[in-house]
Design a protein around this ligand. Structure first.
Ligand code: EPZ
Length: 420
């Protein structure tokens, strides 16, 4: 077990330059897509985060060979050795569900453990299953496993009842090898979905409407290898933008795609931060002494991302007034509130809303990370809390942030990782 210890300071000013890593939520479906071909797939800008290693462990079990050198991955699934994603692996990372579609499309069979709920909500996968059934798969749920079979998937016209990121990704991958055309309606438009579609097109898939709510896929008999770059992590970038605004700092973020951050940038500017585009992949954030309260409501892309809700909440604890944060995507994504209250924040939760009263000085305490983005928010809060904050169960943060304490230390934070 490890924890992250922070010596916080109300007068901390983070300053300097930080390189943003590749996107966790783009690399996981891209790795799963390599199941769709027996050729080599080469992926650049791989973030070295725990979820990538969990995914590669699963892929190895399914029959892949891979070589990860620094941030470059070459992966090849010459032959499917197993069609089963065990509960042991799925329990560790619910994104393992992303092998369901490609495995079924490539081998005609997939047995994937049902991911349980998690700290941020019940997170069903009924829309993944309904979509695959519409493509002709016969699916049973037995003993906590999804068992899917299909001679050859058949294109269909499918409407998602609600936008689902990994649901859209699973269906696009499955449809890429189905017979005939598939139309997917009410698709998630997250940049990570588009990055996957661009990889599939390089592999030979015929996809129209990338980034739109309606995506059309003409199934191919087989797909080939490709060379592809993973997009930068917009949530890591947003986290560091908040860090700069929170500490009246001056941080330059490199290797990012600002176009993916428009809503986050807009909200931060409204709250008083100055955000400048230095180059097309470089942003500079300068925090202001006065943080204005901002109401936010999370919504599917291009709306304000749910994965930035906890981080923004910390900023609002320092705003000069009250902010209302409404979480519309997940049914239990306020677990960070109890921990922020331990740091002295003034937040009241009622249903899907959190009322955040500022400006409230925070003071250091022992806190527990519950999920990936909640742990990032606790680290941000610890930076500006007077005294020592220990963020326990920090393995959550390593799932999606590459060396976060090193990056923050390079900007002037007094932060260290401690084995306990
Ligand atoms: C993806 O999760 C991301 N994970 C999440 O990031 C992100 O928070 C989420 O999208 C929303 O943007 C990956 O991409 C690996 P959804 P996903 O399906 O696909 C409901 C992080 O911190 N739903 O878009 O699992 C669901 O309960 C993680 O990096 C169904 O009801 O989320 C939720 O309320 C956390 N049935 C809503 O839809 C389904 O079959 C959106 O979920 C599927 C989803």
């Amino acid at each position: 077990m490890e924890k992250i210890r922070i010596l916080g300071d109300h007068n901390l000013r983070l300053k300097g330059e930080v390189k943003i890593s590749g996107s966790k939520n783009a690399v996981l479906p891209a790795i799963a897509a390599s199941l769709l071909t027996q050729d080599k797939v080469r992926l650049g800008n791989i973030p070295l985060v725990k979820d990538v290693f969990s995914m590669l462990t699963l892929m190895k079990e399914l029959g892949s060979d891979y070589d990860l050198k620094k941030n470059a991955l070459t992966i090849q699934v010459k032959k499917i050795l197993s069609e089963e994603a065990s509960y042991e692996l799925v329990r560790v990372m619910r994104a393992s569900i992303l092998v369901l579609g490609p495995l079924l499309a490539r081998s005609g069979k997939a047995i994937v453990a049902l991911p349980g709920g998690c700290a941020i909500g019940s997170r069903p996968i009924d829309l993944h299953i309904a979509g695959l059934q519409k493509l002709g798969a016969s699916i049973t749920l037995e003993h906590g496993y999804i068992k899917a079979e299909a001679e050859r998937l058949q294109g269909a016209d499918i409407q998602f009842e609600k936008k689902t990121v990994t649901g859209t990704e699973n269906l696009v991958m499955a449809a890429s090898l189905a017979r005939g055309e598939t139309v997917l309606r009410n698709c998630a438009r997250e940049p990570e979905v588009s990055n996957l579609c661009e990889l599939l097109v390089k592999m030979g898939a015929q996809i129209e409407g990338i980034g739109e709510e309606v995506i059309r896929i003409k199934g191919a008999d087989e797909l080939g290898g490709a060379v592809h770059e993973i997009i930068p992590d917009r949530i890591e970038a947003g986290t560091f933008l908040v860090a700069g605004a929170l500490t009246q700092g001056d941080i330059t973020l490199i290797d990012i795609q600002p176009v993916h951050l428009i809503t986050i940038i807009e909200k931060l500017r409204y709250s008083g931060a100055v955000i400048e585009t230095i180059k097309d992949d470089v942003l500079r954030v300068i925090g202001s002494p006065e943080i204005k309260p901002q109401d936010i409501t999370t919504s599917p892309y291009p709306g304000f991302p749910t994965d930035m809700q906890a981080q923004f909440m910390v900023l609002m604890t320092q705003a000069s007034g009250t902010s209302i944060i409404t979480e519309t995507i997940f049914d239990r994504r306020f677990s960070h509130v109890n921990e922020l209250l331990r740091l002295g924040a003034n937040i009241e939760v009622s249903g899907d809303k959190a009322l955040v009263k500022g400006k409230t000085p925070l003071s250091g305490a022992e806190v527990i990370a519950t999920d990936l983005r909640a742990s990032a928010s606790l680290i941000l809060a610890g930076l500006i809390a007077g005294g020592e904050t220990n963020v326990n169960e920090v393995e959550h943060i390593d799932r999606g942030y590459e060396a976060i304490e090193e990056k923050l230390k390079s900007l002037g934070a007094r932060i260290e990782r401690i084995k306990i």
